[in-house]
Design a protein around this ligand. Structure first.
Ligand code: ATP
Ligand code: ATP
Length: 153
């Protein structure tokens, strides 16, 4: 039955971690904060079909500083040629980060408590040093957890 499948799926997420369900960074649609929001770029962004777009600073895709919400573009006058940085500075949607090895039940709890339902996924790269460094390896959303629950065999 479907109910049984969902129950099994819900139990199975206990054994899974963020990197099992995330969207990998190479498949993530991100924007540099320097992007100029004119009619052409706004159309390209809307056509991608995502609600939330990670924004990076200083040309460094590991340095995600903001989220651009597509709905933020609705009130924009394309002739103003605002940059993504300006629009993000106005809305200030906080970016969440999670480690790649976070168990899915913990992520689900975090999504339930918090406001946003998207997190950047990071991985520790040099654990031997005193100052740990991270690299971004993907994004994960509530949708990714729900999908995992519903697709149980
Ligand atoms: P919503 O459904 O709230 O309108 P959405 O369709 O943009 O938002 P989700 O439904 O949360 O996004 O996620 C759908 C899938 O898209 C998930 O697998 C998620 O990891 C992925 N995803 C979300 N945002 C992006 C993005 N900017 N680039 C690439 N993949 C994304
Ligand atoms: P500081 O290094 O000055 O403490 P921070 O960049 O770590 O600032 P926090 O808000 O303290 O900012 O970070 C919370 C967590 O998110 C930390 O584990 C941090 O490494 C991580 N983090 C913050 N910004 C980024 C980013 N742009 N890319 C990857 N991880 C980030």
């Amino acid at each position: 039955s479907n109910e049984l499948k969902i129950a099994v799926g819900a139990m199975e997420i206990a054994d899974k971690v963020v990197s099992d369900v995330m969207t990998r960074i190479n498949d993530v649609f991100m924007l540099p904060d320097t992007t100029i929001l004119n009619a052409r770029t706004v159309m390209q962004i809307v056509k991608m079909g995502y609600t939330r777009i990670p924004v990076y600073t200083a040309g460094d895709k590991n340095n995600v500083t903001d989220l651009l919400f597509v709905k933020d573009l609705a009130l924009l006058d394309p002739d103003d040629n605002f940059t993504v940085k300006t629009v993000c500075g106005y809305h200030k949607h906080p970016v969440k980060f999670v480690m790649n090895d976070t168990p899915l039940p913990c992520l689900l709890e975090a999504f339930k408590k918090g406001d946003g339902h998207l997190a950047m996924v990071k991985r520790l790269v040099n654990s031997s040093e005193h100052d740990p460094a991270y690299e971004l390896v993907g994004v994960v959303t509530l949708e990714d957890i729900v999908e995992e629950i519903l697709q149980a065999e």
